[in-house]
Structure formats: structure tokens, C-alpha cells
Design a protein around this ligand. Structure first.
Ligand SMILES: Cc1cc2nc3c(=O)[nH]c(=O)nc-3n(C[C@H](O)[C@H](O)[C@H](O)COP(=O)(O)OP(=O)(O)OC[C@H]3O[C@@H](n4cnc5c(N)ncnc54)[C@H](O)[C@@H]3O)c2cc1C
Length: 291
């Protein structure tokens, strides 16, 4: 077990032997979770961890992360308490990494700002959304991002989007450091139309996606085709391993039907991946990050 006691010297909240943060409600304990409230605290935590040579990960709301059953023998810097949204005119917003996507969408609606209506139900933080380049209904977060403030090499660097190599559910953010804030530019729109679109997207989600405990889409699309299409065609809807089950409503969702372990999730995901490869020669790649 890595000795992380040196983290007590940080001025911010640190919880040792922290239960799993994963939204799948599974996984073992984490050596220590650090909850910085400011960008300076993120820098301080990163400097200390690097100086001590301790393993660490940056996480937000953990809605796209599975923690293994054996837990994570290192530290997590959780950015979900970095708060604040500032408007600077012309549809520009500077948002701290811990703000939630639904809150950002709600504030945008209140300000009659358009561009992220389709992202309103993504349950993650802005930091996680930037790192994953989250998206829905044909829009991606990077479509509106102007810059990202990243804690890297002991300072906060303002990175232009070109440097971050945004792609489908991916970016180079993870290779650089921790997102502490992002700047986005939205278009002025008609409040009524924006509200109507948000309502439509929420309804479309309710119709097509299951409710309950999950990590959202398990696998990435393959050449524009949903992984769920192949998993469904392979006859795997309803397939269950332990407490993990492939949703009857959307085959790219693995649900925690009660008491699922992270191994159940991975065994089922790997089984689906094998079957899809065997039946269609298609190789599915995880969208979910495994820690
Ligand atoms: C019900 C449900 C529906 C979902 N629907 C969608 C959807 O429609 N579209 C979509 O794209 N995703 C969807 N997701 C997945 C998930 O919500 C998104 O990927 C989201 O952007 C993750 O944000 P997070 O804060 O939870 O990040 P986490 O899950 O905590 O982390 C995700 C990744 O981002 C990195 N990361 C997190 N914070 C930071 C930071 N501050 N700096 C650097 N790296 C960071 C982590 O290291 C990790 O690799 C869904 C998930 C659920 C449970």
C-alpha cells in the first residue's frame, strides 16, 4: 500500500481510504481523495504528489469511470468542488471545472444562450466533459470551447483548443494535467426555442435510454454506428453476469441491477466485445475509463 500520509499537510480536504467514487456504485477503496476548492489547491496537490512520486489520477463526478474491485492504490484529485461561472459578454462564459453540465445548461438557458442544449442531461462536470469531449445529439462540447485552463508543470496554462486534439469522446487533456476551468462561447438565441430544444432532447433520452445506475454508453461508436446496434444484433440485450446486466432498452448500457461488482461490469463488457467481434468482425473500444 502506498503511504499517502504526507497529504495531510495539504490545506484542503483529504479523505484517506475513501470508498469508490464510481457512479456504477462498485469498486474498492481509493488510497486518498483530495478535494481542492481552488486552482491553487490543485497545483499544490499535484506538486506534492509528484515530489513524493505517488501515483494519482484526476477525476470529476466519476460518471464515466469504473474503479476496479481491488480499489486504487494511489490518490485521486477530485475537481468537483472547483466552482464558479462568470459571464464576460458576447455569449462568453468562464466556467470552473467542477460545475455540472446540467447547471451550465440551465444558466445558459436563463441567459438565452444557445449551443449546448443537447448536453443538458450529461451528468458529469465541466472538467470531465472537456477531458472526454462529451457530446450528444450530434454536438460535442469542443464545438463551443475557446480555451481550457490546465494545471500543468506547476502552473495554470491557458491552452487553445488546437493544442488539445479534441476527437470523438477523446482529447489530449489527460496527457497534460488537470482542467481547472474552461472558456466557452455560445450564440444568443431565443429563450423559448432553447427551452423547447432542451425539453425535446430530454424526452428523446427518456425514450431511448434506461433509468437506473449505469456509466452511460459503455463502448464508443464504430465508424458512426452505435456499439449498441451490434450488441443488440448479437442477441445480448438482457444478458447478465452477476449484478451487471445489458439494458433491454439500450444495448450499449450496462446497468447495476443490484450488488454488481466492477468485475461483473468488465466480464459482461468483455463478453459483449468478444461476441460482437466473433459475429461481425467489429472491435468495440471502451468509452468508460477503468481505474
Ligand atoms: C446516465 C449517463 C448518461 C451519460 N450520457 C452521456 C452522453 O450523452 N454523452 C457523453 O459524452 N457522456 C455521457 N455520459 C458519460 C459521462 O457523464 C461523461 O463522459 C462526462 O463528461 C464525464 O464527466 P465526469 O465529471 O463524471 O468525469 P469522470 O467520469 O470523473 O472522468 C472522466 C474522464 O475525464 C477525466 N477528468 C475528469 N475531470 C478532469 C479534470 N478536471 N481534468 C482532467 N481530466 C479530468 C478523468 O481522468 C477520466 O478519464 C453519461 C453517463 C451516465 C452515467
Amino acid at each position: 500500500m502506498t503511504d499517502l500520509n504526507f497529504l495531510s499537510s495539504l490545506g484542503c480536504k483529504v479523505i484517506f481510504d475513501h470508498p469508490s467514487l464510481s457512479a456504477f456504485n462498485s469498486g474498492g477503496n481509493i488510497g486518498a481523495v483530495i478535494y481542492p476548492a481552488t486552482a491553487d489547491e490543485v497545483l499544490k496537490a499535484m506538486r506534492l504528489l509528484e515530489k513524493e512520486g505517488a501515483p494519482y489520477r484526476i477525476l470529476g463526478n466519476c460518471t464515466n469511470v469504473l474503479i476496479r474491485d481491488e480499489g486504487y492504490d494511489g490518490a485521486v484529485i477530485c475537481t468537483r468542488y472547483l466552482c464558479g461561472i462568470e459571464a464576460s459578454g458576447e455569449g462568453r462564459l468562464h466556467i470552473a471545472a467542477g460545475e455540472s453540465m446540467p447547471k451550465l445548461c440551465k444558466l445558459s438557458l436563463e441567459g438565452s444562450l444557445s449551443g449546448i442544449e443537447g448536453l443538458c442531461s450529461i451528468p458529469g462536470t465541466v472538467g470531465g466533459g472537456v477531458a472526454m469531449n462529451c457530446g450528444a445529439f450530434g454536438r460535442e462540447f469542443c464545438d463551443v470551447i475557446e480555451y481550457v485552463d490546465i494545471a500543468v508543470d506547476g502552473r495554470i496554462e491557458r491552452c487553445a483548443t488546437e493544442r488539445l486534439n479534441f476527437g470523438y469522446r477523446t482529447s489530449d487533456v489527460g496527457k497534460l494535467g488537470a482542467v481547472v476551468a474552461a472558456g466557452i462561447k455560445l450564440a444568443h438565441g431565443n429563450k423559448h426555442d432553447i427551452a423547447k430544444d432542451i425539453k425535446g432532447y430530454k424526452l428523446a433520452r427518456l425514450r431511448s435510454q434506461p433509468q437506473g445506475v449505469s456509466l452511460g454508453s459503455v463502448f464508443k461508436q464504430v465508424d458512426g454506428v452505435s456499439a449498441g446496434y451490434y450488441i443488440d444484433k448479437a442477441g445480448l440485450k438482457g444478458k447478465q453476469i452477476g449484478g451487471a446486466v445489458i439494458s433491454q432498452k439500450h444495448a450499449n448500457f450496462i446497468m447495476n441491477a443490484g450488488g454488481a461488482t466492477s468485475s461483473d461490469f468488465l466480464d459482461l463488457g468483455n463478453y459483449a466485445r468478444q461476441e460482437v467481434d466473433k459475429q461481425f468482425g467489429v472491435k468495440l473500444k471502451y468509452e468508460v475509463d477503468v481505474v
